[in-house]
Structure formats: structure tokens, C-alpha cells
Design a protein around this ligand. Structure first.
Ligand code: NAD
Ligand code: ZN
Length: 358
């Protein structure tokens, strides 16, 4: 097919306080006495007031998701095994947290009904059966994981998503109030994932009017809150949540670019997390994205954010080679960024010089 026919999220509810409607939203999805499982970011483990708002019924269970490291296929498989052992069948999984929890929720939902290991499904359209009901409730904005058709997992041989029509959520609940406790630096790193998605999509060769419409709006909203003001209020959280949604929609029909291709290499070898990794890389990409990087640097300064430096110092040749392999393997990203003849422009030597700057 020439034009992608993409599956989107089925239901969306947006609004400050919308979390209070969760019980009502879930009621029709409950199957007899099969429980709903709530995957909750471990940040909330000690927040009794928030936990009391989760609408638990019958055998429902809260599972805290450890997001110290980005989601791994082994973690997905282990949670799936635990749920099957304890309950047999479940009504669904509700993910409450950041991009990591969104991805864990999508992946475990799919693995409840697909045999084998999640590592078997890293790639495009390998998932065979719809998962159990899944809902995403972001508590930090920027990744666009709430709308995407992928779930990024680190497996035994690759860091790659389970991209499929079965991957998008059945329901998302966007309540900006849930983001009020995000620390300033983390908020910036994850928000810049959205800003960078927009720059990469809007300057890419895959761009069309669909992507442009969402990408421009998302980038504008990021700039309204980070480039044109240095303070933060409720409206900023509201705008950032919608920027994340629109940024994700922009990517659905296009692709990310150099910053993502390069930061995946860092992440694979050094475990650098996605948001901060993108910032470390984007900071040095003037030659590819002059306007976007100039704005990024202004936002970093205005919000007093620290971008780590020198993280590849002391790495071995083998480490650099691995990072280069991982990065150059992401063909669609390079092609979107640099065009069909990207290989003539991005040699291993040039990429090595870039990695040495971080
Ligand atoms: P994250 O999910 O790792 O969360 C970042 C930190 O913020 C964590 O320490 C978390 O505990 C904390 N946190 C979350 N909500 C909070 C709140 N309300 N108050 C206080 N702390 C809170 O980070 P992220 O940047 O949201 O997501 C990154 C992940 O998303 C990566 O694994 C990346 O691969 C994935 N990702 C997926 C897609 C996709 O389309 N599926 C797209 C981009 C990124
Ligand atoms: Zn990203």
C-alpha cells in the first residue's frame, strides 16, 4: 500500500480531573470476575492519596512498575507470567505513568494473548492476536507513547518496538492534573522528546500535510511554554499534554530523524534514558537542525536545565562500533532525515566524530 492505513487509539478523554471518571470508563470493560490490573509508576508507591483514587474492585490489583531502566523484554515476559499464574485471565491493564509505563502496559497486554516471548515480536507487524483491553493514563508528557502504534523494548539482541495495529491503546485518559509532581529537569527532558519529534518530522523528507498540521501545532505549544516564558502553571501542563498527543500524531505519518537515530546507540550501549539522551544528542546537532537546535539552547538556558556532557569519554573502540551499528541500522530514520542517499552523507567516520562529542 502506498499510503499507510494506520490504526489509532479508540477512545480519548481529556480534561483536568478526568481521572475521577475512570471507574465509569472501565465498568463496561470488566469481564465477569476477571480483574483489572493497574500498572502504576513506582513514583506513586508512597502517595496514599493518589492510590486511594484508583477504582479497585473485586480481585483488581495494583502492580508497581520499576522504571529505573527502560522496558526490557524480560520484564514484560515476567509480568505476563506472573499475571497468568495468579489470575489466568484478566479484564485488562491500565497503565498510569510515563512513557515507560505506557510501553510496559501495551506490551504486557499483547503478551497475554500472543505465545512466546515479547522479543519474538520486536519488529513490524509480527503480533498475531489482539491483546487484552488496555488503557493509558500519562502522568508526564512528551513521548507521544499514548498515541503511537509501538512499544519500545530492549531485548536480547535489539532495542526495537512491537509495531503493530494491535499495539495502540483502546482508551487513553489525558488528565493534566496528574503531571503536577514531575520534577523540573525530568519534565524538560521528556518535553524535549516532543519538541525533537516535531523538528525531526517537520524537516524530514517524509513530511506530508497531515504530519505537518500536527507537528507545527505541537512545536508551537512547546515554544509557548518553554521559549516564551520561564515560569510554569496549570495551563503549561495542559498545553504540554496536548503537545505530546499532537507530536505523537505527527510521527504516525512520518518518522523521527538524526537525534533519535543517534540517541538509540547511546541508549543501547550506555543505558542512557530516552528523554535525556535525545537532549544530549540534539544539543550537538546544529549542522542538521540549525533553527531547532538554536531554539533548544535558548530553552535550556531560560529554564536553567543541565545537559550532561562528556558521557562517551573513555569508551572503547568496540563500544563506539556498537553504537554506530545500532544507529545505522535505523534506516527509515536516516532516510527521513537525509534522503534516499543518506549513506553517502553519513559515513561511520562522521558518526564516530559525532559520538565523540557527547
Ligand atoms: P519515564 O516513563 O521513564 O519517566 C521518567 C521519570 O518520571 C521516572 O522516574 C518516573 O518515575 C517519573 N514520573 C512519571 N510521572 C511522574 C509524576 N507525575 N510525578 C513525579 N515523577 C513522575 O520517562 P518518559 O520520558 O515519560 O518515557 C521514556 C520512555 O518512553 C522510554 O522507555 C522510551 O523508549 C519510551 N518512548 C516510547 C515511545 C512510543 O511511541 N512507544 C515514544 C517515545 C518514547
Ligand atoms: Zn522520542
Amino acid at each position: 500500500m502506498t499510503f499507510r492505513n494506520f490504526k489509532m487509539v479508540d477512545y480519548v478523554v481529556y480534561g483536568r480531573g478526568a481521572f475521577n471518571q475512570l471507574n465509569e470508563i472501565l465498568a463496561p470493560q470488566r469481564k465477569d470476575d476477571a480483574p483489572m490490573i493497574f500498572f502504576v509508576d513506582h513514583y506513586f508507591e508512597n502517595d496514599a492519596a493518589f492510590l486511594a483514587r484508583i477504582p479497585l474492585l473485586g480481585k483488581d490489583k495494583v502492580v508497581y512498575i520499576d522504571v529505573t531502566h527502560e522496558p526490557k523484554t524480560t520484564y514484560v515476559d515476567a509480568l505476563r507470567d506472573d499475571l497468568k499464574d495468579e489470575f489466568g485471565t484478566i479484564s485488562g491493564i491500565i497503565g498510569i505513568g510515563g512513557g515507560s509505563v505506557m510501553d510496559m502496559t501495551k506490551a504486557v497486554s499483547l503478551m497475554m494473548t500472543n505465545p512466546g516471548s515479547s522479543a519474538d515480536y520486536q519488529g513490524w507487524d509480527l503480533v498475531k492476536f489482539p491483546g487484552v483491553y488496555k488503557a493509558g493514563i500519562p502522568t508526564i508528557s512528551g513521548t507521544g507513547a499514548e498515541v503511537s502504534r509501538t512499544t519500545v523494548l530492549t531485548g536480547p539482541v535489539r532495542k526495537l518496538g512491537m509495531n503493530s495495529d494491535f499495539t495502540p491503546f483502546d482508551q487513553i485518559l489525558l488528565d493534566p492534573e496528574l503531571c503536577k509532581t514531575v520534577p523540573v529537569n525530568q519534565r524538560f527532558y521528556t518535553a524535549m522528546d516532543c519538541f525533537i519529534h516535531c523538528v525531526e518530522s517537520l524537516t524530514g523528507t517524509y513530511l506530508n500535510a497531515f504530519s505537518k498540521a500536527y507537528g507545527e501545532k505541537a512545536q508551537d505549544m512547546c515554544e509557548e511554554i518553554f521559549l516564551h516564558r520561564s515560569d510554569w502553571d496549570e495551563e503549561s501542563d495542559e498545553k504540554l499534554m496536548m503537545a505530546s498527543y499532537a507530536g505523537g500524531m505527527s510521527i504516525a505519518y512520518s518518522q523521527v530523524g538524526v537525534a533519535h537515530a543517534v540517541s538509540y546507540g547511546l541508549s543501547y550501549v550506555l543505558g542512557t534514558k530516552h528523554g535525556i539522551g535525545n537532549c544530549i544528542v540534539f544539543d550537538k546537532l546544529e549542522e542538521f537542525y540549525p533553527e531547532g537546535v538554536a531554539k533548544f539552547k535558548e530553552m535550556v538556558k531560560l529554564h536553567n536545565i543541565e545537559i550532561p556532557q562528556g558521557i562517551t569519554k573513555g569508551l572503547t573502540d568496540a563500544d563506539f562500533e556498537k553504537m554506530i551499528d545500532v544507529s545505522l541500522g535505523l534506516v527509515p530514520l536516516w532516510e527521513n532525515a537525509l534522503g534516499k542517499n543518506w549513506q553517502e552523507q553519513m559515513s561511520r567516520e562522521r558518526l564516530r566524530k559525532l559520538y565523540e562529542q557527547f
